[in-house]
Design a protein around this ligand. Structure first.
Ligand code: ZN
Length: 519
């Protein structure tokens, strides 16, 4: 050691200074949601992951027991929780849609009559984050004065809009009516040239007439499905319900990174990407199908392609990726029944009719339900007024009728939830975390495990583990590789990113900082 270094070392120890390394700061945050991706897909198909997901699993901070701890576990709510850290009780995003008492109309989490689509069918109503009550992580970055660029991309409007937030530069989603990527006048008046170029390339057209074969198909193997109706295999339906939908999204993500120079300027950029096709495939065929296995393995490959592209474009070591899913999914009831497991189908309309019958026979014949949304029921307050029935009395009669319905596990009323009169267990807690009074239904039904409100295929929305247990993986700049077995919540992601970036946690965030991931 040279004398100078010895002197330096001595003087440092004399003044008792501790040298704290500056934290590693990413230039690009990629918030990746895979729509309907159960945690167990990481384990079951691990042997066939060699690219993107494999890299995340090998080099990331992997949480093996992460959950959505609210009800309902659906797309809009799951996507909101990712970057707001907020439960629906605070974010106001209580579902994909709900009944709006002020207009007496159903609304979606992002529908916005005051906006128009940009790039799609002229004049069509647009979407915006107007109903989201809280900030996202990227809103916090922008409010702190960072020169951040924030872009959301998905097939679904809600999945592009809600993780990106209020101050996002853009959200782009796929409009099936025009087969174009679109945005809304909330963000801009005209699509940027690079999105127009993607649309000029006719993103959907190249999948006309193609077939989806297994990733490891050998000559002579049958396709899973075909985009040609009447072929000798199943019709895929829409190309969104094949891995091709995800490929189209990944292509647009690459174009966004290249053209908007994400991660290549001052400020921390955010790309919120949601891969939707896994959800469409999973709904139709269930988690035990070979198609779900295949699209999961193809997602691994597609993510590898995206990670390579990001490294080449934004420079290695500049990106932090966090990956999760908005919800899991139940097995197909028929698959479960065949293996002696519980499960079945509930008819939401029939349940609604028995609620209406109970109210009619008690108080008078009428149309007692204003709306039903996936096992939640909104009473018609005009009917209640006509028969001079107190709303809470009507709620109680409706709840009793719902409780008598086969395979209903729990029924909660709005009155009960308002007063906090719901048991202390975790299912009740999930329902309470999903309760936002101004938008809430009067009667909320939770089915028995493995019973779903769907006439075909399968679904999700319950608090049970198969719907709630999802991957949470942090990967890249500033992240300490680890496997963490503690139970954590998806709402912990946003406050953890805020801690890492030195910014305020989003305004509704309830989660804790996952210290284990911080390098
Ligand atoms: Zn879904």
């Amino acid at each position: 050691m040279s004398r100078l270094l010895v002197l330096l070392a001595c003087s440092l120890s004399l003044v008792g200074q501790t040298v704290r390394k500056a934290p590693l700061r990413p230039k690009l945050i990629v918030a990746l949601m895979i729509d309907q991706f159960r945690y167990d897909y990481l384990v079951k198909f691990r042997a066939d992951y060699h690219e993107g997901l494999a890299r995340l699993l090998d080099e990331g901070a992997v949480f093996t027991n992460a959950h959505h701890d609210f009800f309902p576990t659906v797309t809009a709510v799951g996507h909101t929780s990712l970057m707001t850290g907020a439960s629906p009780s605070v974010s106001g995003i209580i579902g994909n849609e709900w009944y709006d008492r002020s207009t007496k109309l159903p609304v979606t989490s992002v529908s916005d009559e005051n906006t128009q689509l940009v790039g799609g069918v002229p004049g069509a109503a647009g979407s915006s984050p107007r109903r989201l009550l809280v900030s996202t992580l990227s809103d916090e970055l922008k409010m702190s004065g960072q020169a951040s660029k924030v872009i959301g991309i998905s097939i679904k409007d809600r999945s592009a809009i809600l993780p990106a937030g209020h101050m996002a530069d853009a959200a782009y989603w796929f409009d099936g009516d025009s087969n174009h990527f679109v945005t809304s006048t909330y963000y801009m008046k005209e699509l940027p040239e690079w999105v127009k170029a993607a649309n000029d390339n006719r993103p959907a057209a190249k999948y006309l007439g193609v077939s989806w074969f297994p990733f490891d198909a050998k000559p002579g193997d049958k396709a899973f499905c075909s985009m040609i109706n009447g072929a000798d295999v199943r019709y895929c339906g829409s190309f969104e319900a094949t891995p091709f939908g995800n490929e189209m999204l990944e292509d647009l993500a690459e174009r966004a990174i290249r053209n908007e120079k994400l991660g290549q300027h001052d400020g921390i950029d955010v790309l919120a990407l949601s891969l939707s096709s896994n959800d469409y495939v999973g709904h139709a065929l269930g988690p035990d199908s070979p198609e779900v296995r295949d699209i999961s393995i193809r997602t691994d490959r597609l993510l590898g392609k995206l990670l390579d592209f990001i490294d080449a474009q934004a420079g290695k070591g500049n990106t932090l990726l966090v990956m999760s899913a908005d919800h899991g999914v139940a097995p197909l009831p028929e698959v479960n029944q065949a293996r002696n497991m519980p499960g079945g189908r509930l008819d939401a309309a029939a349940l609604g009719r028995s609620i209406n019958d109970a109210l009619s026979s008690r108080f008078g014949q009428g149309q007692w339900l204003a709306s039903d949304v996936g096992g939640t029921y909104y009473l018609d307050y005009d009917t209640a007024a006509k028969f001079k029935v107190r709303i809470e009395e009507a709620q109680n009669i409706a709840a009793a009728a719902a409780r008598a319905f086969p395979h209903v596990a729990r029924v909660y009323t709005k009155g009960q939830l308002l007063r906090g009169e719901v048991g202390p267990d975790w299912v009740s807690r999930a329902v309470a975390l999903g309760f936002y009074e101004p938008r809430a239904a009067d009667v909320i039904v939770v089915a028995e495990p493995y019973y779903i409100f769907a006439a075909s295929g399968t679904s999700h929305s319950t608090p049970y583990i198969y719907d709630s247990h999802v991957p949470v993986i942090f990967y890249g700049t500033g992240i300490q590789p680890a496997v963490i077995y503690d139970r954590v919540a998806v709402t912990d992601i946003a406050p953890t990113l805020a801690a890492l970036l030195g910014t305020e946690p989003p305004s509704g965030s309830s989660g804790k900082v996952l210290k284990e991931v911080l390098r």
